[in-house]
Design a protein around this ligand. Structure first.
Ligand SMILES: Nc1nc2c(ncn2[C@@H]2O[C@H](COP(=O)(O)OP(=O)(O)OP(=O)(O)O)[C@@H](O)[C@H]2O)c(=O)[nH]1
Length: 778
């Protein structure tokens, strides 16, 4: 049972389950925070370090004291255990759990079902010493570009957790490269130092080789594998030894004292050498520090004050010139407190990151990103928000740029400790949960008002070179979130019985708000529900979540590619509708002309025009009925039922009997358009993907040979450190199961991202082969 649960925790979000175990274990109480009324005895802390209690009353700490971080790790490297220890030492949870002990998770599932909240939580807030740490969940599946990018957007820094016996593994490599792209400063934590075959040297070497980064060794282990008992801080030359002080060996207390030569001469020498190497490395990367050591301390590096070295390490970490490396054993409760110190010391505060879009907003104008939506049956959608500028207050209205609507939030909550605390305001750099936003979904940008969005749009327009754009276009520039690509795969989904259809519809509508890349539609012919997603894995996960979180066992049809249809030529068609319903005669005649639209940009909605003779006499009310008919007809093309794009429709003539309903007008127009499209000759378009593969030189030719067999066209091969980055365009139809093939071709060393680039025409042979397949003839 536990194994099963552990697996989906892997697939879903491990931090989520932690948050859920500890935050949502009981019905979350919402309490209005009143600093003066707080009674410390009510809290759930077990001798928290530092002055956590008083800090907890600080709703908006100074921005320099905030750290928004994520933890990235390969499966089983110890992300959950490390996170759990962080929450324990910070006083967030009272008892240390073991991920291999399933009881708590089972309990949590029961609670979760009773409370009706979905499992996932996006962030957990806790204080360490005098810092506010928001631990933001990083997605379990790097295959979801949208999900990963959304998440990286709200992180200011990250901790990469490694299994010290395994070094850098595939999944870490992928996320590491994504973090490189988003320029996120990082710290490495070599976990599992207690494990047989754990090797500090091997793991550091693997970081150097595989991640092509400069590791800064800030600690050295004392002992390795079974003998691992502590570590030495290379900067301060202090040793930290964890010794069980009571039956409860929770690692909370450890001995910290200067390492003396008499304690261990060879370790002392190692630390001395490591410190000198560290100083030289940092001096090479930081001019300010180089000047300092060449001047005052050139005679004796030992005299360099630790705080000067720490500040220089911070600067090179923030500039991503090097990565601090720490070590420990989360399971054996060693090394996590120094890791927390390093997070506060070396990772950036929100204002130390540069966010390009902020230049478009005035200083105190709100700019916030909704980065996760949770569904709570009693309180409705809870939206996780990160503020970049301005402030948020409960009962205030915000303008959602993506949805072009104004919404009012009723309350603001901090996901703090075991409660969600109601707060009166939220300042830049912070993260909170908003209650009452009905429209906002994952990835939406929230600003203070429409006027502020338009002003920022103008500013963005000016920065983009003052091109004339309409406001709608410019607004799309403003998305602090990520643009959602069109889904490229689809399949039918069916509930186990008709009685469950309503539940399935509800589940899908909740999931859609959380995940903007998921689309759901109804097949107009069969009435079946259709799921449209970004990839094989995406659809699989949605299927799994419906079962796991909503308790509905569904059946998926075969996975299909979302083609498009367009026309080859111009054509005209006429149609007549003459129907008597009750005592009314509905009579319409029409003539339509269709023409292909060519250009670089895809035109997904039909361009609608009217002949002069029609526009002169056309009442405004009928225009909507006509345009509905045209738009509906384009949803399903005449050849295979895929959406029709890149067409221009001109209404050449229209006669309508006075009693005719709008529905009949739409129906006649729609049918006439289908006739015209058929006459114009249908061309099927297939999704063409932009593929980026990062591969070592040794495996480059194997990857290229494979691409050639997939109708791929190579556009560019770049060099990135010792790796090659292949940029290619490949039809999606050739990409099924690609991750498995690439893994075996490159011994798991290559990574790739896949994104929709455009739609390209199938040639006549490919088109007729597809038609035959769809008709079941082959
Ligand atoms: N020996 C040893 N085992 C550890 C350590 N940390 C975690 N583990 C074990 O490694 C396994 C995976 O730990 P998790 O914390 O679940 O790792 P994770 O990275 O969250 O795993 P996934 O969520 O499955 O990706 C569990 O059996 C842990 O008990 C450690 O420091 N030493």
């Amino acid at each position: 049972m536990w194994r099963v649960m552990r697996k989906f925790s892997v697939n879903a979000l491990k931090l989520s389950s932690l948050c859920s175990q500890h935050v949502c274990f009981r019905k979350p109480e919402v309490m209005v925070l009143s600093v003066t009324q707080q009674n410390s005895s009510e809290r759930n802390y077990s001798s928290p370090p530092g002055d956590v209690k008083s800090l907890r009353s600080v709703i908006n700490p100074h921005i320099s004291r905030i750290r928004n971080i994520g933890i990235m790790a390969h499966i089983d490297a110890g992300k959950t255990t490390t996170t759990e220890r962080m929450l324990y030492y910070s006083g967030y949870i009272r008892t240390l759990g073991d991920v291999d002990d399933g009881d708590t998770v089972t309990d949590f599932m029961v609670q979760e079902r009773e409370r009706g909240i979905t499992i996932q939580s996006a962030a957990v807030t806790f204080d360490w010493k005098d810092y506010r740490i928001n631990l933001i969940d990083t997605p379990g599946h790097v295959d979801f570009t949208v999900e990963v990018e959304r998440c990286l957007r709200v992180l200011d820094g990250a901790v990469a957790v490694f299994d010290a016996s395994a070094g850098v593994e595939a999944q870490t490599l992928t996320v590491w490269r994504q973090a490189d792209k988003h320029q996120i400063p990082r710290i490495c934590f070599l976990n599992k130092m207690d494990k047989n075959r754990a090797s500090f040297t091997y793991a550091v070497e693997s970081i150097k080789q595989k991640l092509k980064t400069k590791p800064l060794l800030l600690q050295l282990p004392i002992g390795e594998a079974k003998t691992f008992r502590g570590l030495v801080d290379v900067v301060t030359k202090e040793q930290m030894i964890w010794k069980p002080t009571s039956d409860l060996d929770d690692g909370k207390f450890f001995e910290q004292k200067p390492l003396l030569e008499s304690d261990d001469p060879s370790l002392f020498q190692e630390v001395q050498d490591a410190r000198n190497t560290l100083i030289e490395q940092v001096a090479d990367l930081d001019d300010e520090f180089a000047e300092l050591i060449l001047g005052e301390y050139s005679e004796n590096f030992d005299l360099i004050p630790s705080d000067k070295l720490q500040s220089a390490i911070r600067r090179v970490t923030l500039a991503q010139k090097a990565v601090p490396v720490l070590c420990g054993s989360a399971l054996k409760n060693k090394g996590v407190q120094p890791l927390l110190d390093a997070i506060t010391m070396y990772l950036p505060a929100p204002h130390e990151r540069s966010y390009e879009f902020l230049q478009w907003y005035k200083d105190d104008d709100l700019c916030a990103l909704a980065f996760k939506v949770l569904h709570d049956k009693s309180r409705g959608p809870l939206v996780f928000i990160r503020i970049y500028s301005g402030s948020l207050k409960p009962q205030s209205a915000v303008y959602n740029i993506n949805k072009s609507c104004t919404e009012r939030m009723s309350r603001l909550l901090l996901p703090f400790a075991d409660q969600q605390i109601e707060i009166p305001s939220l300042m830049p750099g912070n993260i909170a949960l908003a209650v009452g936003l009905k429209q906002s979904a994952t990835g939406d940008t929230l600003v203070s008002s429409k006027a502020s969005a338009v002003a920022a749009a103008r500013q963005a327009g000016r920065s983009a070179g003052g091109e004339q754009r309409n406001t709608g276009d410019i607004e799309s520039l403003l998305l602090a979130g990520v643009e959602v690509p069109e889904p490229v795969f689809f399949c039918t989904i069916e509930p186990p019985s008709m009685a469950k259809q309503q539940d399935l519809d509800n589940a899908l509508s909740c999931l859609q708000r959380e995940d903007p890349s998921l689309k759901v539609k109804i097949d107009p012919d069969t009435g079946q529900t259709i799921l449209c997603g970004m990839g094989e894995l995406h659809i699989e996960i949605i299927h799994d979540r419906i079962k796991r979180e909503y308790g509905i066992e569904t059946y998926l049809g075969p996975l299909q590619i979302a083609y498009r249809e367009t026309i080859l030529n111009a054509a005209q068609a006429t149609d007549v509708l003459d129907k008597v319903v009750g005592d009314k005669r509905h009579f319409v005649t029409t003539e339509l002309e269709v023409r292909p639209v060519s250009g670089e940009r895809t035109v997904t909605k039909p361009i609608i025009e009217y002949a002069q003779s029609v526009i002169e006499v056309l009442p405004k009310e009928l225009q909507e009925a006509i345009e509905n008919g045209i738009t509906n007809s384009c949803v399903q093309g005449p050849l295979l039922g895929f959406p029709v794009q890149d067409i221009d429709v001109t209404v050449q003539s229209l006669t309508v009997h006075p009693d005719t309903s709008d529905t009949m007008i739409s129906a006649c127009i729609s049918r006439c358009l289908q006739k015209a499209l058929k006459k114009a000759g249908i061309q099927i378009l297939e999704p063409l993907m932009s593929l980026e593969i990062t591969v070592s030189e040794d495996h480059l030719s194997a990857a290229l040979a494979d691409l050639a067999q997939r109708r791929g066209s190579i556009q560019e091969i770049q060099s990135r450190q010792d790796n090659k980055v292949v940029i290619a365009a490949v039809p999606l139809a050739e990409m099924m199961g690609y991750s498995t093939v690439l893994r075996s071709l490159t011994s798991g060393s290559a990574t790739f991202t896949l994104e929709l680039a455009s739609y390209q025409a199938l040639n006549s042979q490919e088109q007729s082969a597809l038609l035959q397949r769809r008709m079941g003839l082959v």
